[in-house]
Design a protein around this ligand. Sequence first.
Ligand code: HEC
Ligand code: HEC
Ligand code: HEC
Length: 467
Amino acid sequence: MLCLSALVAGVEGASAQDTTASGDQTTLIAKGRYLATAADCAACHTAPHGGQPFAGGYGIQSPLGTIFSTNITPSTKDGIGAYSEADFARAVRDGVAKDGTHLYPAMPYTAYAKLTDEDIAALYAYFMHEVKPVDQVSSKTELPFPFSIRASMAVWNLLFLDTDRYQPDASKSAEWNRGAYLAEALEHCSTCHTPRNLFMAETGSKALGGGSLGSWYAPNITSDKIEGIGGWSDDELTQYLKTGHVAGKAQAAGPMAEAIENSLQHLNDDDIGAMVTYLKDIKPVSSGEAKARFDFGQPSEQAEATLRGLPGQAPEQNGFAIFSGTCAACHQVEGQGNKAYPSLFHNTATGGDRPDNLISTIVYGLHRTVGDQTAFMPGFGTDIAYPTDRLSDKDIADVSNYVLAQYGNPALKVTEADVLRIRQGGDKPLIVKLAPFAAPAMTAVVVIVLGLIVWLVMRRRPKAALN
Ligand code: HEC
Ligand code: HEC
Ligand code: HEC
């Protein structure tokens, strides 16, 4: 049996000389700071564009509606200043706040449930002693009925929450276990990369097999050689996790760019290495595809031909016009890219079995800062940044089809409806589609129950009258 403390060893800032009480406390806080980065608490609890650290108020777009993160600074007025370590542990691992209200799983307690007691203690020390208290009330979450009934989360937890702490696998190395602990408990990779069932709980049998986040799609990252990351070298995977860019393979946009920016780039090399070891060894998930998504396409000669005025298909003509006017300046005429901009072939966003990330990148763009380097592509689907460059849904569908036909998986086709769906946040899960019917259904139940009560009372009354 591996010792759990082996998993949490090797934290930066820890020093063997720190034997005094205050030294221990400093070490514990430093460890907590590293763990809070690995668990990416700031991603959700700090509002973007200059929000105060950990003061909450960031609206997370969920299929159920907007869920606001709370203030987790040690403010006794508006934050968690009055939380004991046990209260903190209960909120982070069990999803229940100090006052007993259930949290929505937008707070990834389903993953944090695996955190060890030692790590909870370090996180608590960090939040109580280093994070600056901020007196600021965060916006209130108001989901539509029936999701507004937080107590229903108790039933959901009973059905889907695995309350076990991380159990080291004694048949694997300490490095593997550290990687598993980081990926499963802290970094919560599965909350994005694992598909969800009808009730939006992760499907354990397909762990890390690929999941939809609405507009973006978090691909299969199991060890499968074709559909997962089994075909990536250890170095490529390490480089991706640290920088979000592997030439001739993949770039990180959207939520993955955020995970790298806020969390992964700050992890030490041993921890990244441990995660790579773990990912390369997990159970492959496959749906039987023949070609890896990074393997599609090549430089296009047809682009040259079209450029010289040779006839093409009608939608491709508009697609090509947009490509050459809007994309080629950076990705080059034959889609081959250059040192600063990636090629559009051998690019996981244009290969594979779905165009979601291609469409989302065109609609929302890409922004990722790692160290002092920023990768930036403007979004063409929103009118915030570049109003004059805004492309219509039809334009985005046409340029997507042009890119897929020339450089990616030509079997994929994008319609205007697909672009609209992505722009509106993607497909809604069934549970959300059914929600509008929940209110009438509940009303019907209430009416029937009321009817029964009235009927029972009416039946009794004559008797009572007779007595
Ligand atoms: C993916 C987004 C996300 C991440 C990452 C995240 N949280 Fe949360 N957290 C939330 C949301 C959203 C809520 C509020 C949920 C609700 O209202 O039901 C919340 C609530 C909480 C609460 C309850 C606070 C209260 O008011 O009672 C605590 C404590 C907390 N988070 C701590 C943490 C810590 C510590 C981390 C990192 C280890 C973390 N969270 C990471 C989204 C997140
Ligand atoms: C907040 C959601 C989220 C989290 C958390 C997350 N990912 Fe991702 N990941 C994504 C999305 C979305 C993409 C697709 C990005 C793109 O193509 O631009 C992605 C892409 C990837 C890729 C590249 C796959 C490819 O074929 O291009 C790898 C590898 C990866 N993630 C590994 C991880 C690991 C390991 C973790 C945990 C340490 C993790 N991710 C956590 C959402 C997430
Ligand atoms: C101003 C330069 C610029 C323009 C214009 C531009 N891009 Fe990009 N594109 C980038 C950069 C930078 C990246 C990311 C590089 C990185 O992450 O290392 C990128 C990445 C991508 C990706 C990969 C995204 C992913 O998730 O893996 C695709 C696909 C893409 N661009 C398509 C397009 C299309 C189609 C157009 C035209 C509608 C376009 N780009 C216009 C600079 C640009």
